[in-house]
Design a binder for this molecule. Structure first.
Ligand SMILES: [Zn+2]
Length: 92
């Protein structure tokens, strides 16, 4: 069983989320604007990540290294995507 993750703030703007008193499924976004904008950003990140990872595949075919700059960009975009998606931050 996985631990239930309850977000405490909107991943788009950082506004603290009100606790849902009815005990229903808590919303991850503070409002419709952040939901639409956040989901659109996730879509853009997904497209970009796919392109950068294609490039990484080509680099690996042509040589056996991936440029540090590409690795950094992919890691940063993945971290932003995970943040918007509500992946809990690893305590490492
Ligand atoms: Zn928000």
């Amino acid at each position: 069983m996985s631990v239930k993750y309850t977000p405490t703030e909107c991943p788009k703007c950082g506004t603290p989320l009100a606790k849902n008193p009815s005990g229903g499924r808590p919303t991850r976004w503070c409002g419709d604007g952040c939901k639409r904008s956040g989901e659109a950003e996730m879509g853009r990140l997904q497209t970009l990540l796919r392109k950068f990872e294609e490039g990484r595949g080509i680099e690996l075919l042509n040589g056996d290294t991936v440029s540090p700059r590409r690795r950094k960009v992919i890691a940063e975009m993945q971290a932003r995507y995970d943040h918007l998606a509500g992946v809990p931050e690893c305590k490492q």
